[in-house]
Design a binder for this molecule. Structure first.
Ligand code: CMC
Length: 432
């Protein structure tokens, strides 16, 4: 981070022009450092939704939404998705470099050592209703981890942070699969350390005491790609939530539980589930135009799920890769004539030719395709967002750790534009 120069802000209040530093990163737009703005002018900036505001600096992930670029630690997502597996991506996001073979073996060994849950924690699941959504269970159980693994909660100690990070990454698939098994009333399946991260998750989801599930390597690879593509995405809503929660010094399990809660919303990670529901509701190609019409009608509060992105305004590189995987998986599983898949392709075609979507730069995003892939893999719709949470956990902990390691980090405390009643006195007779 280098200071490039100073920007001069001319304020329309008629006061003196104010000089503020301009800071450059290694890539991307420069930023105006407004930290001293209030002290110099008495003014705050106003930016609901963070449309023009960088909340922090970070070395982890870079996005150029205009060009459709996504880099993890400088590496393009296309190369990472084709040449690496999810464990290598986890190492990269956490440590800044891709692991050598021995480093990967050691890292993978540590993750595998932590995949099981404390048995008392397993009992916690039975406190939930069977029909609870897996994301509701995830929020609760992940938050509860701090009640079980409090031997390493000193966030000022790097070794504690590392251990908590490894526990979170290792236990997330176990928690997600148990939430599913509990939901459908099947016995829990414990993790197997001879399997890869993705294959172990499929094993815990689909094996039964009576029948062991053997995953097709192409299916394992498809799930691994879903995990890679969702692993981090710089300062999105859930990551910002994790950072904000963590900025108060809260423990990592509580922070990740907050991230999961934020991710659940349909405008964020919940979009993959919402997209599948939308496709099911449309039901038939002949009804697509009615739904497009609804999405375009300003009087209807209706959006096409799986379309649009705050940052990507030309294409989402993850969507391109996921689209590729989508075609591969449907081909392998002989599902190319699947009703919902054909419907999705037709919706994609119509929306991409429609002026409303073109002019607003609304393209299918990663969740448009990831839902279709997951459905083809036999993953039930209610699990889609839980899988997103599983993948994003490494990004959340990497970003949380980066923030805590920065000696200059401060508690996050936005300001506001107050629009309520001006100051007034409490009437002595207000009860009459
Ligand atoms: N369908 C129809 N119209 C849309 C859509 C959509 N999916 N998304 C945006 N618009 C319209 C919106 O109505 C507005 O129109 P107008 O200018 O006439 O008022 C314009 O496009 C700009 O919308 P916006 O709300 O200002 O855009 P945003 O950048 O704040 O929102 C978004 C981004 C992803 C929340 C939004 O596009 C959306 O709700 N998409 C559907 C949900 C979805 O698929 N989310 C997953 C995102 S990818 C996974 C992730 O990273 O979490």
């Amino acid at each position: 981070m280098t200071q490039k120069g100073t920007a001069t802000l001319s304020l329309s209040t008629g006061g003196e022009a104010i000089e503020l530093p301009v800071i450059s990163g290694t890539m991307g737009p420069d930023v105006v450092d407004i930290r001293k703005l209030h002290a110099k002018s008495g003014l705050f900036t106003y930016d609901p939704g963070f449309l023009s505001t960088a909340s922090n600096s970070s070395e982890i992930t870079f996005i150029d939404g205009g060009k459709g670029v996504l880099l993890y630690r400088g590496y393009p997502i296309e190369q990472l998705a084709r040449q690496c597996d999810f464990i290598e991506i986890c190492y990269l996001l956490l440590h800044g470099e891709l692991p050598k073979a021995t480093e990967k073996t050691e890292f993978d060994g540590v993750i595998k050592h932590h995949t099981m849950l404390h048995e008392q924690l397993v009992k916690l699941f039975s406190g939930f209703r069977r029909d609870a959504h897996p994301m509701a269970v995830m929020v609760g159980v992940v938050g509860a981890l701090s009640a079980f693994y409090h031997d390493a909660l000193d966030i000022s100690d790097a070794s504690h942070r590392e251990l908590s990070a490894m526990r979170l990454i290792a236990k997330m698939p176990t928690i997600a699969a148990m939430a599913y098994k509990y939901n459908i009333g099947q016995p829990y399946v414990y993790p197997r350390n001879d399997l890869s991260y993705a294959e172990n998750f499929l094993h815990m989801m689909f094996s039964l005491p009576t029948e062991r599930y053997k995953a097709d390597p192409k299916i394992v690879r498809a799930l691994d790609r879903i995990l890679i593509l969702h692993a981090d995405h710089e300062q999105n809503a859930s990551t910002s939530t994790v950072r904000l929660a963590g900025s108060s010094g809260a423990n990592p399990f509580a922070c990740i539980a907050a991230g999961i809660a934020c991710l659940w919303g349909p405008a964020h990670g919940g979009a993959n589930e919402a997209c599948l529901h939308m496709l099911e509701e449309i039901g038939d190609v002949s009804r697509i135009n009615d739904y497009i019409k609804r999405a375009k009608d300003p009087d209807e509060n209706y959006r096409l799920m799986g379309f649009g992105h705050r940052v990507y305004k030309n294409f989402d590189p993850r969507a391109k890769l996921m689209r590729e995987t989508c075609h591969e998986v449907l081909n392998v599983l002989d599902l190319e004539n699947d009703r919902l898949f054909k419907l999705a392709l037709e919706l994609e075609r119509i929306a991409l030719e429609d002026d409303y979507f073109i002019s607003r730069k609304l393209y299918p995003n990663v969740d448009f395709y990831s839902g279709i892939v997951q459905r083809a893999l036999g993953i039930p719709t209610i699990m889609f967002t839980a899988i997103f949470a599983m993948a994003r956990t490494v990004g959340w902990v990497a970003q949380w750790n980066e923030m805590i390691s920065d000696p200059d980090y401060k508690i996050g405390r936005p300001r506001q534009l107050y629009t309520g009643t001006p100051m007034r006195d409490v009437p002595t007779d207000f009860r009459n």
